[in-house]
Design a protein around this ligand. Structure first.
Ligand SMILES: Nc1ncnc2c1ncn2[C@@H]1O[C@H](COP(=O)(O)OP(=O)(O)OP(=O)(O)O)[C@@H](O)[C@H]1O
Length: 619
């Protein structure tokens, strides 16, 4: 693999912690892959290299690249994983120490919402606050120390967060379930409190590599420290100029303070941008210079001929029309830039609508990316709930979902009646089984409930794809969808999703493994749902890591970008917004257009301060 001198220097380094401060488009992935390859070539066992990627998809891609380069099978790279996936592996092995049994269930977003809602309702509070509590609890866990987090954020809407947290945790424990954040938190507890286990992993991992290091949160940082042996072989790669997840608890200071936090730390810089033309790189550098907190690097590109233009419009509709016309002109009836290599990026999702409309009107193909996560879709949740209820008798959330989906005459009142049988440690499903056994139900309900329970028993030991087929057939799920949905188009799209689900499920041989992956994929919400072809419409967060020939950064207005919440939150949040603009700009290889409108969503808007700053940097 061909490497630049800067990349090679980083790869060759050994003997102390290293931080690779890498600019946009500077080949982080190539450097990380080369590093693993170098370690293997110098005699290291690949199975003892812990390489942390930001998404599951990135881990798969990394393994694929390594397979092609070394000829070694995927299984040799068993510790190329995300933090969550690596921690789950560790946690499952030692979970009995914290009172969990086998198998552990991973609580889905849907289940999480249900449990928090229940916790609120049981305490006589309004369930409308559930989302706020979910975010606060997640932030608390990712801080590494929920209790002290609650000292600082003690109440939401007058309700004590710690009380709802405690109730929610109790519910998780009763279901032998961990939510996404607990995978990290509980693994941290095990490693922190059990010296023998900690030592085992410190000896197992000869090297720890972390990608996208600028986006780690406190808990992930602590885990890294706990897993790192005295050898100090830590190799972190990232770009603090692209740190854009502070809003959900990432802490760029781990990156900025690396030299202070690790003895003998070495810093390497990758400054050549292989993606964008230098005209784009220099303007982006100029913008980031307005940020006070950053590591210095001098990014450049040897490519020339880039375009950076700013355009203003009266309304968002005019803006969309202009973008449409320019995209069409650049495409030149297919002889110019392919639509696939163009992207419209925006700060918030609602901005896509005007573009969807005009693209449709002018028959420009487009793809809306990063929409709803695949595993959060209604039909996928329905089917997965059957599989989950079959595996986890105490998973009330899943059983509650399937008991009357599709409709089988068991409404909420009946479910309540079934639930009234509950005694300590008993799940809703077990109550239903008791009722069927005791024959205390009307004949129709008795039959329908017995059929459901039989179905759950039937699928328990099937492979995931067989189980999905069986559920769809036995419940006439497609018939149900047809009746429920308004249009044939909606039906077809949901049916296609289930076909895709079934196809993906074939890769797993048992349901537990399948459900585990479905839960972990939640990390990759940005990667899902990338349909066919056409101009990409996506948020800047979803665009991170991607590249396009032509990029339109639209909606560059005060309060929209920077977002009003960040404007209110102060300087740190504003710096993150500026980094977001930096990410948006550096997605472009050749053409970069920044646009703003004076009138959007029925309101007057002022040009973004970032546009003024970018104008200052233009030649
Ligand atoms: N040494 C090199 N020589 C030529 N091309 C390179 C080299 N290193 C990387 N590249 C190419 O540069 C492009 C950008 O690389 P990559 O996507 O890994 O960048 P990145 O650092 O992850 O960028 P970003 O953080 O902006 O998403 C890729 O097309 C890659 O193949």
């Amino acid at each position: 693999m061909e490497l630049s001198q800067q990349q090679q220097n980083a790869v060759n380094h050994s003997g102390s912690p290293a931080l690779v401060v890498a600019g946009a488009g500077s080949g982080k992935t190539r450097t990380l892959t080369a590093k693993i390859l170098h370690l293997i070539e110098t005699g290291q066992d690949p199975g003892r290299i812990l390489a942390i990627t930001f998404t599951n998809k990135a881990a798969e891609e990394m393994k694929n690249r390594l397979y092609k380069l070394t000829g070694m099978g995927y299984s040799k790279f068993s510790w190329v994983r995300t933090y969550h996936s690596a921690c789950l592996l560790i946690f499952k092995k030692h979970c009995h120490l914290l009172g969990y049994g086998e198998p552990i269930q991973i609580c889905s977003v849907y289940q999480q919402k249900k449990l928090v809602t229940e916790a609120l309702v049981e305490s006589n509070f309004d369930k409308k606050h559930a989302s706020n509590f979910i975010s606060a609890i997640s932030r608390a866990k990712n801080s590494g120390n929920p209790e002290s987090y609650f000292d600082f954020k003690s109440h939401i809407a007058g309700i004590r967060v710690a009380d709802i947290f405690a109730k929610y945790e109790q519910k998780l424990l009763e279901a032998n379930s961990v939510d996404f954040d607990n995978i990290l938190l509980k693994t941290r507890d095990i490693l922190r409190d059990h010296a023998d286990i900690r030592k085992h992993y410190q000896q197992l991992f000869t090297h720890i590599l972390v990608d996208e290091y600028q986006d780690t949160n406190n808990l992930q940082d602590e885990l890294t420290r706990l897993l790192l042996g005295s050898h100090g072989n830590l190799f972190c790669v990232g770009d603090d100029w692209q740190a854009v997840y502070g809003f959900r608890g990432s802490n760029v200071n781990h990156f900025l303070d690396f030299p202070k936090r690790y003895d003998n730390a070495r810093i390497f810089r990758l400054e050549e941008n292989y993606r964008s033309a230098d005209e784009i790189v220099q303007v982006a550098n100029g913008l980031i210079d307005f940020n006070a907190d950053k590591m210095e690097k001098k990014c450049f590109s040897k490519k020339r001929g880039g375009t950076v233009e700013i355009h203003d419009f009266f309304t968002d509709a005019e803006e969309a029309q202009w973008v449409t016309a320019r995209a069409k002109a650049l495409n030149a009836h297919g002889d110019g830039i392919p639509f696939d290599k163009m992207a419209v990026v925006y700060r918030t999702k609602f901005c896509s609508l005007a573009f969807e409309k005009t693209f449709r009107l002018f028959k420009i193909p487009y793809r809306l990316m990063g929409a709803q996560g695949f595993f959060e879709r209604m039909e996928v949740l329905d089917i997965n709930s059957y599989l989950s209820a079959a595996q986890f008798p105490n998973d009330d959330v899943s059983f509650d979902r399937v008991i009357n989906t599709p409709k089988r005459g068991i409404g909420p009142a009946m479910v309540k009646k079934i639930g009234a049988l509950k005694e300590q440690g008993m799940g809703l499903q077990e109550c239903a089984r008791v009722m069927v056994k005791d024959r205390v139900l009307t004949p129709k309900v008795h039959k329908n409930l017995s059929d459901l329970l039989d179905l759950l028993d039937d699928i328990r030991d099937l492979t995931p794809d067989e189980a999905i087929d069986r559920v769809i057939d036995a419940t006439d799920y497609y018939g149900y969808l047809k009746k429920k949905l308004k249009t044939e188009g909606e039906f077809i799209s949901k049916k296609e999703n289930l076909e895709q689900l079934r196809y993906a499920a074939r890769e797993k041989s048992d349901i537990l493994e399948y459900l585990e992956e479905a839960a972990l994929i939640r990390e990759d919400t940005n990667d899902e749902d990338e349909p066919e072809s056409g101009v990409a419409l996506l948020t800047i967060h979803s665009a991170k890591g991607l590249e396009f020939d032509t990029v339109f950064v639209v909606g560059c207005e005060e309060k929209l970008f920077p977002h009003w919440r960040s404007v209110d939150a102060g300087a740190k949040a504003l710096q993150e917004e500026r980094r977001l603009m930096y990410v948006a700009m550096t997605r472009a290889e050749r053409f970069l257009y920044l646009t703003h409108a004076s009138y959007r969503k029925g309101q007057y808007a002022n040009k973004s301060r970032f546009i003024d700053q970018i104008e200052e940097c233009l030649p």
